[in-house]
Design a protein around this ligand. Structure first.
Ligand code: CP
Ligand code: NVA
Length: 330
């Protein structure tokens, strides 16, 4: 990673100027240069905040945040981020707005676009976010779907760039359930020229289409995306091991099905034994919320290799970078 620079300068860079008015639906929609610029902007805004330097880039602008699933980090990061940028966030619980009584996503998008400057949505199908974006005239941000979690991965790339500097050439192993996190990590890490290895049981493998896209993106950047069912092979030589819950929101299956899935995934648990196979100094990552004793042991999640709370903090800075870049001039 080149020198970070001041947020003032970064906001004037072509890569950031070109993001004004755009949506943030999938990392695959961006050029590597745009993601790199967002990472530097996030780090510059983090530095400004630490120095107490005001950075009210979105004075008077409003962000509507629709949540059809629960959230702690995403909600707080967007809410605090918007206020720190001089704007104001509106929390809209999916069950309390007319969407819950059958109002269409298209009409919701049209109405909100008349009153706010950006819309963030956390929901189930990726198609819902795309439908909202098609009918909105303001930027739409994907705050997690069953398929993708791009804002989390931008924050993760910010975190890794702080630890490593340059991202390309590093190997990250994602171990566990082939879910939204595995997809966005493959796309984002691939775009950054990283080597991403996903280890899941075959029956919980990542989406084949997303994997194919991630492979194409990675190939063009000198990176690589692989899948294996062998967690030990995946973590060998890895500079970071990433895991996530084994039962995602929206998959809240019955007790029995949940127990069966957990039993099937136990060999994929990130524990001391697995960590010892990774490269010396390897980092342990998790998007949170965590289930200690399931996808990872408490010993590893709370141990010296863990950077999980840096990841959580960087949601704030990464989201501010997204908001500042997209909502500028809207
Ligand atoms: N990692 C993440 O998205 O956390 P929340 O579900 O708390 O927003
Ligand atoms: N895969 C998890 C991520 C939570 C932030 C879920 O979708 O529930």
């Amino acid at each position: 990673m080149d020198r970070i620079g001041h947020w003032h300068e970064i906001m004037e860079e072509e890569a950031i100027r070109g993001l004004a008015g755009r949506d943030f639906l999938s990392l695959a929609d961006f050029e590597p240069g745009e993601i790199r610029a967002l990472i530097r902007l996030a780090r510059a805004l983090k530095a400004a905040r630490r120095q107490g330097e005001p950075h009210r880039l979105l004075e008077g602008r409003a962000l509507a945040m629709i949540f059809r699933k629960p959230s702690t980090r995403t909600r707080v990061a967007f809410e605090v981020g918007m206020v720190e940028l001089g704007g104001y966030p509106l929390y809209l619980s999916g069950s309390e707005i007319q969407l819950s009584r059958g109002e269409s996503l298209a009409d919701t998008a049209r109405v909100l676009s008349r009153m706010v400057h950006g819309i963030m949505i956390r929901t189930f199908a990726q198609e819902e976010v795309e439908e909202l974006a098609r009918h909105a005239s303001v930027p739409v941000i994907n705050g997690l779907t069953d398929l993708l979690h791009p804002t989390q991965v931008l924050a993760d790339l910010v975190t890794l760039s702080e630890k490593w500097g340059e991202l390309s050439g590093h190997r990250l192993a994602y171990v566990g359930d082939g879910n939204n996190m595995s997809h966005s990590l493959a796309l984002g890490g691939g775009l950054m020229g990283m080597e991403i290895v996903l280890a899941t049981p075959p029956e919980y493998a990542p989406d084949q289409e997303v994997l194919a896209k991630a492979r194409r993106l990675a190939g063009a950047q000198g990176g690589r995306v692989e899948w294996t069912d062998d967690p030990r092979a995946a973590v060998r030589g890895a500079h970071a091991i990433y895991t996530d819950t084994w039962v995602s929101m929206g998959q809240q299956t019955s007790g029995e099905a949940r127990e069966a899935k957990i039993a099937r995934l136990l060999p994929y648990q990130v524990n001391r034994e697995l960590l010892e196979l990774a490269a010396p100094g390897a980092l342990v990552m998790h998007c949170l919320p965590a289930h200690r004793g399931e996808e990872a042991t408490g010993e590893v999640l709370d141990g010296p290799a863990s950077i999980i709370f840096d990841q959580a903090e960087n949601r704030l800075h990464a989201h501010k970078a997204i908001l500042a870049a997209l909502l500028r001039g809207v």
